[in-house]
Write a protein that binds this ligand. Structure first.
Ligand code: NAD
Length: 370
């Protein structure tokens, strides 16, 4: 059995608390002899700054480079508000994304039936929702040059950002979307603004051309990003995989996340290019932050972190069957009425981080035995 090298970067705030619950699941999988792990741990964010004066050390980045999967909790908190900009906690995360060249950000929006009433949309619109937004993460208007504010002769200023994409950037993200669709509902919706943006026109052309290079078994549609925003809040269940650029992906994935009812429930993955062995560098983390307001109280919801492990099992560690069982265990835990404070309502059983993690582990173990 191949040993999987996992790097755990718990980070700040509730990061270590939710990561603790992931460790329980990893120990369970290993204890059952289903997988073999080599686990390393290191610091990222404010805690790394306190220890090393940087938001992530070179040694930790080197470990991430060599890992089969990196799992990250969360970074940041008011304690580090005054640190130099280049050493702020988020810089650790940004360096990881950059050094590992994680160009594809996968944000699933899953609405567990047990939580459908927490969504801002009607239950029938979101119950059972399971869509995946694939956002290009390292290009586009957030990085394009020139990027500046210049003084004009007339005393005014001009702010400039540049939206720029090259063929290879669009091609590689399109391939990720098509490959993902094949293990889901086999449908991809590509989104841009080709009606008003040249980069959108190129995006559309390259996605269409890539589709013809061996992905024609996947159904492909195109939709303008504004129309897609509207459709996401009208009838979100019509989508399977959505692929879009950095800016539109940022906005549309936040819209999609709110359909699910709670930030504490959402995992994410960031993937790099495939190497010669077909392996991708990867980072898995919850969408939520370090929640300093509840850190250290043992009340944080660990489900997004556990669901991030499920994504790692599926996309990096070659165990989609275990991933599905872990997702099912999360769903059953909710159906059985367990709720941390963020998703609790009258009539449900209010539990802390460890009790929620134990409830998932118990159900996961039962599913493994079934
Ligand atoms: P946040 O996601 O940390 O918290 C927003 C609200 O949601 C808070 O009330 C918090 O208690 C609650 N919440 C979040 N996750 C929860 C969980 N798992 N269980 C229960 N409740 C949960 O966002 P914020 O308050 O805007 O930011 C706090 C810090 O986190 C800041 O320093 C910010 O920069 C950082 N942050 C980090 C990441 C990351 O590490 N990827 C992402 C977002 C924010």
């Amino acid at each position: 059995m191949a040993t999987q090298n996992i790097l755990l970067l718990a980070g700040d705030g509730i990061g270590p608390e939710v990561m603790g619950e992931v460790k329980k699941i990893i120990a369970l999988i290993e204890g059952k002899g289903l997988m073999a792990f080599s686990i390393e741990e290191d610091l990222v964010g404010g805690c790394a700054y306190d220890a090393h004066g940087v938001a992530i050390s070179d040694a930790a980045v080197a470990k991430a480079q060599g890992a089969d999967a990196v799992l990250l909790g969360a970074v940041g908190g008011p304690k580090w508000d005054g640190v130099p900009y280049e050493h702020r906690p988020e810089a650790g995360l940004l360096r990881l994304r950059k050094d590992l060249e994680l160009f594809a950000n996968l944000r699933p929006a899953i609405c567990y039936p047990a939580l459908a009433d927490s969504s801002s949309l009607k239950r029938e619109l979101v119950d059972g929702l399971d869509l995946m937004i694939v956002r290009e993460l390292t290009g586009g208007v957030y990085f394009g040059e020139p990027k500046e504010i210049v003084d004009l002769p007339n005393g005014q200023k001009r702010g400039v950002d540049t939206q720029v994409y090259e063929t290879y950037e669009i091609e590689r993200i399109a391939k990720v979307a098509f490959e993902l669709a094949r293990v889901r509902g086999n449908r991809v919706t590509s989104s841009e603004k080709r009606n008003v943006m040249k980069s959108g026109l190129l995006w559309n052309q390259v996605v269409t051309a890539t589709h013809k290079q061996g992905y024609e078994d996947v159904q492909l549609d195109h939709m303008l990003a504004d129309a897609l925003g509207m459709q996401l809040v009208r009838a979100p269940k019509q989508y399977d995989v959505i692929v879009t650029d950095n800016l539109f992906g940022d906005i549309l994935s936040d819209v999609a996340s709110m359909l699910t009812g709670s930030l504490g429930m959402l995992p994410s993955a960031s993937l790099g290019a495939e190497d010669a062995n077909g392996k991708r560098k990867s980072l898995y983390e919850p969408v939520h932050g370090s929640a300093p307001d509840i850190a250290g109280k043992g009340v944080a919801n660990p489900l997004a972190m556990i669901a991030s492990l499920a994504m790692a099992l599926k996309y990096s560690l070659g165990k989609p069957d275990l991933a599905d069982l872990l997702d099912k265990a999360i769903s059953q835990t909710l159906e059985d009425g367990f709720r941390t404070g963020d998703i609790w309502s009258e009539g449900f059983r209010k539990v802390g981080t460890a009790e929620m993690g134990d409830a998932v582990a118990e159900r996961f173990e039962a599913l493994l035995a079934a």
